[in-house]
Ligand binder design. Structure first.
Ligand code: GLV
Length: 388
């Protein structure tokens, strides 16, 4: 196995191994990709305060997210079409997360179904839920999650319609990939990926096909979302979903303190400050810049997590020091999955854990639960102090 010392190593292998249309799907933001870029680069504006001659033995990263024990404050975010990055990708990712002691979140738009993942893993996972118009489908999704013993539902509230990602349109993104001269020419250079994909029967949207009505073309995510997703979504509708699911609930996609306060009234256990990895509203603030004002607004009324832009253990440390109870990673583990399946996800988690642990120690802290803003130097622009 090649020596993996950083997430970028996995990304290089991933790029070589996986068809262009799926690499591009992962590595895109919407429109100009400003938010996608700034989600990561804004972390660089926050500095860590180096301390010395402080006993740093006996460090611990163990903590809790929504009352569940985790080995570090990190979760695997839902990523659509994960099973196209590697055959049976969702199962591989969930297994690696289970072994590492961190939560795995299965996307509604996964290739492996809820049942596939439950049957092939031995740890409970979280289910991400899109807000669809079809009540019957929604209730069945929550019931299926319950039957699969999912330990939380994660309602994504920032995708009433899809932000445009140019490359997906140009590539004719679909699952399984449509055979065009360009896609065939590209896949011909991805033989190991293709051979593994031929050996699995899981190549369609496993939670949708056979479960949702009116799916004309089961390979086309954009067309189906345009029809089925609820553009009229409001907080009353979200409260209806709360009634359909009586387990732990997380609301994902909050970027404004006013929306965070609304989410507190729904009876959720946590919110995720997220702009969907820069894939929805291009021009939105990075989520690390949105985090502080949201934390200030909600106080201790609700647990606050963050995703979008997190590519290193240092990023996790900064988010936790700001006050997040957990940081979710998407692309950082998809790189590992595409590069080398379950082992690659384990490698991504190992890299992030080492970076987090060492950086915490070098800041003079030994317990992740005691990390606070004192280890950070935060410039202006991270506290919501904008012109009206
Ligand atoms: C779906 O969640 C996407 O961002 O593509």
């Amino acid at each position: 196995m090649p020596k993996i010392t950083e997430i970028e190593d996995l990304k290089r292998i991933y790029r070589r191994r996986v068809p262009k249309m799926f690499f591009d799907y992962c590595e895109s933001g919407s429109w100009t990709e400003q938010t996608f870029r700034e989600n990561s680069s804004d972390f660089d504006d926050i500095y860590l305060r180096q301390r010395v001659a402080i006993d740093m033995t006996g460090r611990s990263l163990a903590t809790q997210m929504i009352g569940q024990d985790v080995s570090m404050p990190l979760a695997l975010a839902p990523v659509g079409m994960t099973g196209m990055q590697h055959a049976d990708g969702e199962i591989h990712a969930a297994r690696a997360a289970g072994k590492a002691g961190v939560p795995y979140t299965l996307s509604t738009m996964s290739i492996c179904s809820i049942e596939d993942v439950a049957e092939n893993t031995d740890k409970p996972f979280w289910l991400q839920v899109y807000t669809l118009k079809d009540d019957e489908f929604m209730q069945r999704l929550f019931d299926r999650a319950k039957a699969a013993k999912c330990s939380a539902a994660v309602i994504t509230v920032d995708l009433q319609m899809l932000g445009q990602r140019h490359k997906d349109i140009k590539n004719g993104l679909s699952a399984p990939p449509k055979l065009t001269p360009a896609s065939v020419a590209n896949m011909a250079t991805k033989v190991p990926w293709g051979l593994e994909m031929l050996q699995t029967k899981r190549r369609f949207f496993g939670n949708i096909v056979g479960h949702a009505k009116g799916v004309d073309d089961p390979s086309n995510l954009a067309a189906w979302t345009a029809n089925a997703f609820d553009q009229a979504l409001d907080w009353d509708r979200i409260r209806q979903f709360r009634k359909m699911w009586d387990g732990p609930l997380i609301i994902k996609g909050i970027m404004d303190p006013r929306d965070a306060l609304e989410a507190c009234n729904v009876g959720a256990d946590a919110i995720v400050v997220s702009n969907h990895g820069g894939r929805q509203l291009d021009g939105a603030l990075s989520s690390i810049r949105a985090l502080g004002p949201i934390l200030d607004a909600v106080g201790n009324r609700i647990e606050v997590h963050i995703d979008s832009g997190i590519r290193s253990g240092q990023d996790v440390l900064k988010a936790v020091a700001m006050g997040a109870k957990g940081a979710w990673i998407g692309r950082a583990y998809i790189y590992g999955l595409g590069a080398m399946g379950e082992q690659g996800v384990s490698e991504a988690l190992r890299v992030m854990r080492t970076e987090l642990d060492t950086s915490m120690g070098l800041c003079g802290r030994t317990d992740i639960n005691s990390v606070d803003r004192d280890i950070l130097m935060i410039p202006k622009g991270f506290s919501g102090d904008w012109e009206e």
